[in-house]
Design a binder for this molecule. Structure first.
Ligand SMILES: NC(=O)c1ccc[n+]([C@@H]2O[C@H](COP(=O)([O-])OP(=O)(O)OC[C@H]3O[C@@H](n4cnc5c(N)ncnc54)[C@H](O)[C@@H]3O)[C@@H](O)[C@H]2O)c1
Length: 367
């Protein structure tokens, strides 16, 4: 169950609203700040989709939702929060301004997670004059309310305790925290995605395939393998009985052949943007983004549900976590009538561990 008493979301766009949805659906109160006058409407659209998906995951009834409050300032939003997730646009100057304000007003023991897709935490925490040690990158994947992965990255000033508390916090809301061992730009997930994206742009630009054909090649082929085993385990099996060593002996040398254009980036000119946008419109067959979101969510729930029944009923990969998460939500829902006093009491007596400064700093970078 969650160890968060009250959360704050700074930024309520695609990702911020996804965090809000995951937190509220876990029964956690959230205070949000977003200067966009449309923010409330956009968040409620995302909430509708998230509720719909969670109803499929927990058919017996959902936990009592947390309360959402729109704050007028960052200071107001973070005032009594013990977990704050920043999801403002990907610009270092903006991240600095927002993190400085969060840091100035948040309780000293609150953990601050940043949703950044690739900025190093060391480069962001310099703006936090009071408690830079509590900043972690908590990089999620869209839709945040369904996809469990969160990459956790610490910066030079982040304390190991903050990483540990962040791990507990994210796990308590049904996520799979993976701590990245060394701080690099774009971490691991986006490094991989960017390599594939760059190659895909070339394939479209050079007229080798359309966006729809490229997506078909992924979703009818290796995309299905990736969702359940990832890359290395799939290759191990592809090596036949001799496994990974045989696979590497056979295919390792091919990497030297001029198969890919990986390090070159095609110029993002109007011609390329038009080509991709037009082909993408054709591929959508008139379905709106909201309709595609519903299809995506239904499919994701179905995939995780199917994986939860594998491995002799124990679940496999994301399916094993999905099984635990849906059970946790059902248990929380069963507590509904007495809500919330007991829960509040339990929470109050069990505050989130503090990321206090240890007497002696134990090392700079996370290992
Ligand atoms: N979109 C993705 O797939 C994705 C995935 C993982 C991580 N991220 C990261 O999440 C972060 C947010 O991305 P997004 O896709 O949600 O962007 P977005 O443009 O959809 O949303 C950003 C929101 O921040 C708000 N905002 C702007 N200035 C603000 C301020 N000073 N204080 C509070 N809110 C402010 C905007 O009004 C907007 O609603 C970025 O760092 C991005 O790299 C994005």
């Amino acid at each position: 169950m969650s160890i968060i008493n009250k959360a704050a979301a700074i930024g309520g766009g695609v990702i911020g609203a996804g965090w809000v949805a995951r937190l509220l659906l876990n029964g956690i109160d959230v205070s949000i700040f977003d200067p966009d006058p449309e923010a409330s409407r956009k968040v409620s659209e995302v909430m509708k989709g998230a509720r719909r998906a969670y109803k499929q995951m927990v058919p017996g009834g959902l936990p009592k939702e947390g309360k959402l409050t729109f704050a007028k300032t960052i200071a107001e939003a973070v005032a009594d929060a013990d977990f704050i997730q920043e999801s403002v646009p990907e610009r270092l100057d903006l991240k600095h301004r927002v993190l400085a304000e969060i840091d100035a007003h948040a309780p000293a023991n609150a953990i601050v997670g940043s949703s950044t897709s690739g900025i190093k935490p060391t480069d962001m925490q310099v703006a936090m004059k009071k408690h830079p040690e509590r900043l972690v990158v908590g990089h999620p994947f869209n839709p945040v309310y369904l996809l469990p992965l969160v990459e956790i990255v610490g910066g030079e000033q982040t304390f190991p305790e903050a990483i540990e508390v962040a791990k507990e916090i994210y796990a308590s809301i049904g996520m799979k925290p993976v701590v990245i061992r060394k701080e690099i730009e774009a971490f691991v997930g986006d490094r991989l995605l960017e390599a594939a994206w760059r190659e895909a742009l070339w394939l479209i630009k050079d007229g080798i395939c359309t966006v729809e054909e490229l997506d078909d090649i992924m979703r009818y082929g290796f995309g299905l393998r990736w969702a359940q085993m990832g890359m290395f385990q799939v290759y191990r099996v592809a090596g036949g009985e001799a496994g990974m060593r045989h696979f590497m002996a056979q295919f390792g040398p091919c990497l030297k052949w001029p198969w890919t254009k990986l390090m070159d980036v095609p110029e993002f000119n109007d011609e390329l943007v038009d080509l991709i946008a037009t082909q993408s419109d054709d591929q959508a067959h008139g379905l709106s983004i909201r309709e595609l979101e519903k299809i995506r969510d239904d499919n994701l729930v179905a995939i995780m549900d199917a994986l939860s029944k594998q491995n002799k009923g124990k679940g496999w990969g994301a399916g094993a976590l999905h099984k635990d998460y849906t059970r946790q939500l059902a248990k929380l829902a069963a507590k509904k009538p007495t809500a919330s006093k007991a829960a509040e009491k339990a929470k109050a007596s069990k505050p989130v561990k503090k990321a206090e400064k240890p007497k002696k700093k134990t090392g700079k970078k996370k290992g």
